[in-house]
Design a protein around this ligand. Structure first.
Ligand SMILES: [Zn+2]
Length: 1095
């Protein structure tokens, strides 16, 4: 029987069948199932009233989730079924009314030269009206020449301070967590350390950092520029050049009336001829190194050469300045997407739909594809051939967060139990049953959507097909109708063919001098007493199944027996750290409620037991080894929580030396700062992964601790690293305790393996994140939590097909917190295209940046940083040049034309290029860079978005009674008004900036002092005052913190205060002190690179 032969290979969803209250599915890619011939099963030839009440037939065991699906899914969105296969992607940043890069009706050959402009009515646009502001035209031509290189007095308070104020990196900034510098004199008094042989006071070779850095030439006095609020009508409304989807620069004649020029009064604007459309910037040497030296600085900054281009001699000609309001604004793009796509749920029934931006609040309805909270792709339309992909240079990658937490309005994945037979899989490629599998022969067989293999349907899984070829029970089975779901795993999926025991948590506390002196140990022990009541538990379980154990250490280890039958805890010391063993099994890992009294007693005693310690030395690798051995002995997976303060210099495996050397910065050896100094930790990590032992590391350093080496095990075991430089209880306890509470309570999958399968034609080739790989396909994660992502890059190995598209299936096998072995499956179908324009119309720049940042941050391990930066710039230029050549309308070479979906690529890429890892400022320590590098590696798209381009929120501009978050402004000093107060956050840092002319009433309301000068700079807590403004600001701070996976400590920064330098580091559209280009300069540079590629 060939009932379904004429059906397309992968059309799992039929027309919506309104009478099934099940998971409504929209028709798929414009291929309605109605073309399928009638099936022989007359009984199912149409809707069967009441069908949904009938239990599925042929099932030996009903899945627990096969009851009535959530009622909310019955509200299937209308109109989805009418989507064409092409053109869904125009919704990315708001559709344009005319889509210039629309495919021609008579399909052009791939790679043809410039297409003529075709103005077509927009294709169906599902989300809101087209914002006219999406048609961006940039004024690259009519730039005013400004005297930016001419020495000028700094503006009052807004200019960068003299270089001397920033060179004093040591000790001048408060401990921000990221940029804490180390005060002197933290070691115990030498005199008191006598009697402890071998005790060394670690010396920090501090002087090198201050002396080896001359301030960048580019960081000189800034010209006064336009500040204050945007004028109405300014920005994107501008020039009437109808180049939809493009950022273009019209000829100077088209200078929009009223365009705001920036820069000081200077020479009159040049009269450009149309043949020279104003693009002289590159010849003028307006980019970083080529800019004329600043009079105030004797020598150019060694790290200044930002770009690969040859720095020309200083040019006498002053550069022109672009109008910052006329170049693509992240704020505008985010706003437009919120307005257009934040109002309706994102329904995942349509293949290849680009989801709303990560900055937009939206609900997701799973109708057959995984939610963008689980998977985001760089493009939702993949080129059909590898040649095309190579030409475009757009990376094909997916950022996957398998255990992502969902908002309360969205249901967690259903758990499907197939009993002893386990989940149904393809015999050949082992893909799991999913909505894209094609049932044939009346339902007796199915064709695998990944490898095309024909498989028999086991009798217990048999079900009849309806007239569209769809199983009649499709909507009752999550695995046949949803993008994401879970299977209960059988014993075959378990280590040693044994169902796992519940995992264990081991708390391992450094009790050396530094940990005791700062009050950390006391604080931590006190907190653990209550926190242990909040260990993760599953579903409605009354108490957590997780067992706990305790170890303290300095250069020896102390294990504790906290067996419930004991009156007092017992300590066992292991001093042979070279050959670590676990001295006790019974009583080490215990149930919290059973052993509560003993545990409480232990936690009370620990701070006192070590109160008088003078031991400054610590070990590190033996601690991890001990925890891992303890889990091995208990035959369970688990997590180690390490609280550690110093470079482990005691004689032991994994002993480290201080090898920090800032002189390596900007040399070919800089990469060694990111590499671990010994291979011992990789070996240890491998053992941990085999045991399912995940390591979370909390660091409290007073000086260099070699984060690059200490984070190896957390990184390879799927753990997290937290760093609290110069920890002091009074200043930092809120941040530490918030992070700790969240970390201990979060749901984790243990002993996990993730595999990404793809349909024929593409293949996963590269992986980024916190995990270990022992082969080329399996991502091994000792632990995986809901914050961590795995980024996967795909490459072609065959031609793809427009009709069948491309499929991804991510399968994560893991042990839940309760010890249940499960498989979580996420499926995603993507479109494939033969036209480059389709690729460019369906890209997601935020995801692209996430991937590119991870690629670059891994690159620094092996390549000089300049090479890494140059590679990024070149790739970006190639992407944009390919668009220009193949998709854009013919225009003069002086125009910079950017695809609508990628118009923020230059600004965001510049933020990556000038980030601390790739281009460090003088105040950034080696440990800071290693820390950030490993953090970014497993960040999701929302986190990288705000991390690289911080949010800057004016607090007193919107009415006080307004309850919504104030609209953000661009991260540039020009946007700061000295009469206002701003919050800036990037997911790790949070600043409150107070302008010098802010109203006295505002100062009083927020700080309870009478004038600006009385505000304490560096304040980290706002007073709780009973007035609307104070409440609003504190609420906003709470709300920002709640959105982020780590607690952001507040730092109050006053305008003109020395702390302001720290704050300005985050104004990423401006030129940075470390030599990073301003957005305007970078855009010009990118234009030049593109032009070179095109000529
Ligand atoms: Zn298969």
């Amino acid at each position: 029987m060939n009932v379904n032969q004429s059906a397309p290979p992968v059309p799992p969803f039929g027309q919506p069948q309104p009478i099934y209250p099940g998971y409504h599915q929209s028709s798929y890619g414009g291929q309605p199932g109605s073309t399928a011939p009638p099936t022989p099963y007359g009984a199912y030839n149409g809707p069967v009233p009441g069908y949904q009440q009938t239990p599925p037939q042929g099932m030996s065991r009903a899945p627990p989730s096969s009851g009535a699906p959530p009622a909310s899914t019955a509200q299937a969105s209308c109109g989805q079924a009418t989507y064409g296969q092409f053109g869904q992607g125009d919704v990315q940043n708001g559709p344009s009314s005319t889509v210039q890069m629309q495919r021609l009706p008579g399909s052009q050959p791939f790679g043809s030269p410039l297409a003529p402009v075709v103005s077509q009515p927009a294709v169906l646009q599902p989300y809101g009206p087209p914002p006219t502001s999406a048609q961006v035209t940039t004024q690259l031509a009519g730039m005013q020449i400004s005297g930016a290189v001419a020495p000028a007095p700094p503006t009052s308070g807004l200019g960068y301070g003299p270089p001397t104020s920033l060179a004093s990196a040591s000790g001048s900034f408060p401990n921000s967590g990221l940029y804490g510098s180390y005060p002197q004199g933290q070691a115990p008094p030498i005199g008191q350390a006598q009697g402890y042989l071998g005790v060394q006071t670690p010396q920090r070779s501090a002087p090198s950092q201050a002396s080896s850095f001359t301030p960048p030439a580019s960081g000189g006095p800034r010209m006064p520029s336009v500040t204050g609020p945007l004028l109405p009508g300014q920005g994107f409304g501008g020039p009437p050049v109808s180049q939809p989807n493009h950022v273009s620069s019209p000829s100077p004649q088209a200078l929009p009336p009223g365009t705001q020029m920036t820069g000081p009064p200077g020479p009159p604007p040049p009269m450009h001829s149309p043949q020279q459309p104003g693009y002289q910037l590159q010849q003028n040497g307006s980019f970083g190194p080529a800019r004329g030296p600043q009079p105030n600085y004797g020598s150019p900054y060694p790290g200044a050469p930002t770009f690969g281009s040859q720095p020309g001699p200083p040019q006498p000609l002053p550069p022109k300045r672009l109008d910052p309001d006329a170049i693509p604004s992240p704020i505008q793009v985010i706003e437009d997407d919120r307005n257009n796509r934040g109002t309706e749920p994102f329904v995942t029934g349509v293949r290849g739909q680009v989801p709303p931006l990560v900055t937009t609040n939206f609900l997701v309805k799973d109708q057959g594809n995984a939610s963008p909270r689980y998977i985001r792709c760089t493009s939702y339309n993949i080129p059909c051939t590898s040649d095309m992909a190579k030409q475009a240079q757009v990376p094909l990658a997916a950022v996957i967060k398998p255990l992502a937490r969902l908002p309360p309005e969205e249901a967690s994945p259903y758990v499907v139990d197939h009993g002893e037979s386990g989940p149904l899989r393809c015999n050949r490629c082992k893909a799991y049953m999913c909505p894209f599998m094609q049932f044939i022969e009346g339902g007796r067989r199915f064709q695998c959507c990944f490898c095309s293999c024909i498989n028999d349907v086991p009798p217990q899984y048999f079900q009849h097909l309806d007239h569209t070829g769809k199983r009649v029970d499709a909507y009752d089975r999550p695995e046949l109708s949803l993008g994401s779901y879970e299977f209960l795993a059988t014993v075959d999926y378990c280590k040693n063919n044994k169902f796992p025991s519940p995992p264990a948590f081991i708390f391992m506390i450094d009790v050396s001098y530094n940990a005791i002196r700062t009050g950390l140990v006391r604080l931590l022990c006190e907190e653990l007493k209550s926190l242990l009541d909040f260990l993760p538990r599953e579903g409605g379980a009354e108490e957590s199944a997780i067992r706990v154990g305790f170890v303290t250490y300095n250069k020896v280890l102390h294990f504790y027996n906290v067996k419930s039958s004991l009156a007092q805890p017992q300590m066992m010391v292991v001093s042979d750290v070279a050959d670590m063993f676990v001295p006790l099994l019974d009583g080490f890992l215990v149930n919290v409620s059973e052993s509560r009294a003993v545990i409480t007693s232990l936690l009370d005693q620990i701070p006192d037991m070590f109160a008088d310690t003078r031991e400054t030395e610590t070990v590190f690798a033996p601690v991890i080894q001990a925890g891992m051995e303890a889990l091995k002995a208990a035959e369970c997976a688990g997590k180690l929580f390490l609280f550690h303060t110093s470079l482990p210099m005691a004689e032991a495996p994994g002993k480290l030396k201080n090898r920090d050397d800032r002189k390596l910065i900007n040399t070919d050896k800089e990469k060694t700062l990111f590499q671990p100094q010994t291979g011992a930790y990789q070996t240890l990590a491998k053992e941990c992964v085999a045991q399912g032992c995940c390591v979370d590391l909390f660091l409290f350093p007073n000086q260099y601790v070699d984060v690059a080496t200490l984070s190896v095990v957390p990184q390879l075991t799927g753990g997290s690293v937290y760093k609290y430089a110069c920890f002091q209880v009074e200043n930092d306890q809120e941040r530490f305790l918030s992070d700790l509470r969240r970390d201990v309570q979060k749901v984790v999958g243990f002993d996990a393996v993730m595999r990404v399968r793809t349909s024929t034609g593409i293949r996963a080739v590269d992986f980024f994140g916190a995990f270990y790989m022992s082969n080329t396909t399996d991502v091994e994660l000792a632990g995986l939590d809901g914050d961590k992502t795995v980024t996967v890059e795909f490459k072609h190995d065959d031609r793809l097909n427009e009709e069948s598209g491309a499929l991804l299936q991510c399968a994560l096998l893991y042990t839940s917190c309760a010890g249940q072995r499960r498989l979580r499956i996420h499926n995603l179908a993507l479109n494939c295209c033969t036209q480059l324009a389709d690729l460019y119309r369906n890209c997601e720049t935020d995801t692209l940046i996430n991937y590119m940042a991870k690629l670059a941050y891994r690159g620094v391990l092996n390549s000089p940083l300049k090479a890494v930066r140059d590679t990024l710039i070149t790739q970006c230029a190639q992407i944009l040049a390919c668009y220009r050549k193949n998709c854009a309308s013919p225009s003069s070479a002086g125009q910079l034309i950017l695809p609508e979906c990628m118009k923020l690529l230059p600004v965001y890429l510049n933020c990556v290029l000038k980030s601390d890892v790739l281009q460090p400022g003088a105040e950034v320590t080696t440990d800071d860079r290693a820390y950030v590098r490993q953090l970014v590696t497993s960040m999701d798209v929302a986190e990288t978005n705000v991390f690289f381009y911080p949010r800057l929120l004016p607090l007193t501009k919107s009415p006080i009674e307004s309850t919504t978050e104030p609209p953000a402004v661009r991260a540039s000093e020009e946007r700061l008004s000295n009469g206002d107060v701003y919050l800036l956050e990037n997911g790790l840092n949070l600043f409150l900036w107070v302008g010098a002319s802010v109203q006295q009433g505002v100062v009083q309301s927020l700080f309870s002092v009478s004038s600006f000068s009385q505000i304490t700079s560096g304040l980290s807590v706002l007073p709780v005052l009973d007035n609307p403004l104070s409440k609003k600001v504190r609420d906003l701070i709470d709300s920002l913190r709640a959105q982020r996976s780590r607690y952001m400590k507040l730092i109050v920064v006053k305008q003109e205060d020395k702390l302001e330098m720290l704050f300005k580091h985050f104004l990423v559209e401006d030129k940075s002190l470390s030599g990073g280009a301003s957005y305007v300069d970078f855009l010009c540079h990118m234009h030049k690179e593109i032009r070179q590629l095109l000529s």
